[in-house]
Design a protein around this ligand. Sequence first.
Ligand SMILES: *Cc1c(COP(=O)(O)O)cnc(C)c1O
Length: 355
Amino acid sequence: MDYAPIRISADLPPLRVNLYSDTQTKPTAAMKAAMMEAEVGDEQFGLDPTVNALCDKMAALMGKEAAVFLPSGTMCNQVAILTHCRPGDEILAHETAHILTSEGGGAAALTGAQITGLAGPNGMFDAAALRASIRPKSRYAPPQTLMEVEQTANTGGGAVWPVAVLDELAAIAHANGMATHMDGARLMNAVVQSGVSASDMVAGYDSVWLDFTKGLGAPLGAVLCGTKEFIGRAWRWKQRVGGSMRQAGICAAACIHALDHHIDRLAEDHANAKKLAGGISQIPGLKAEVPQTNLVFFDTSGAGITATELADRARLHGVAFSTTGAHRVRACTHLDVTAPQIDEALSVLRQVVAG
Ligand SMILES: *Cc1c(COP(=O)(O)O)cnc(C)c1O
């Protein structure tokens, strides 16, 4: 059985425009230079000065007491769930949330927690949906101990949760005895799009993490933030799941470089996404959702082809897309995609749809 998410064939022409995912960025020369120069030490012992500097920087950025460096965003979510929840607990999240759809059943497998998926447009749910999902406390009901949101909502089209909604949901969750967790894989895209500071945006959330391997362009790493007490307990899970590292400063240096140089430029990715969506909507048979950040979703039904057919044909012309449904294609802009490449992708899409 082949579980690989992307089919790779040696016969394919070279990739000219990679809209597959913002996870596929390569470190820039300046980022690599920062990595080469990093001062390092034993991260497990708290002795890597570059990792410590990254964690201090992130705690300050998020307005939290403490932070911990982990190899991936998925590990941030799983360590956070392990730290917040006990076996038998229930987590409330959107039905399209990454923790529910894309982490191999980790909450069930590792913590023994179940996730209930809430409905709502664009990967977001509102106060009414949250209230409706809160069960009266009884010995029958699973303890509801965690509410989770994803900023930006990935399969929700890269949509940005307004800070007022985030605050309202957090207040309801806290009033009902739940902790709050934010999957901030693309949090800085939301910050740049909305102009709201990261610390204001996450103020209602007990834990939050940022991924450095999406639009921020680092080769690996994510940082989970929270109170000192929470991060202390998270450290034990980091150790248990094998997320404690050694000279991880090599990678933390790339993350610090990304914080210093790759945040403001996310606006370019958002502009490229708008341009791409606008161009796609001019192509007969294709319908693009209006993007808020760097993710563009479009529907192929009107062109009489499936998402996979479109992606396969475009790949033969050197342009990569991912698919998220029978007729739903995702294009992702990032620091390795330029404005002229958007024109190139549009011209390939025109050819592909014309047959
Ligand atoms: C990519 C992603 C993750 C997982 O991050 P990795 O670093 O790839 O493990 C989690 N949540 C969302 C919303 C994501 O887009």
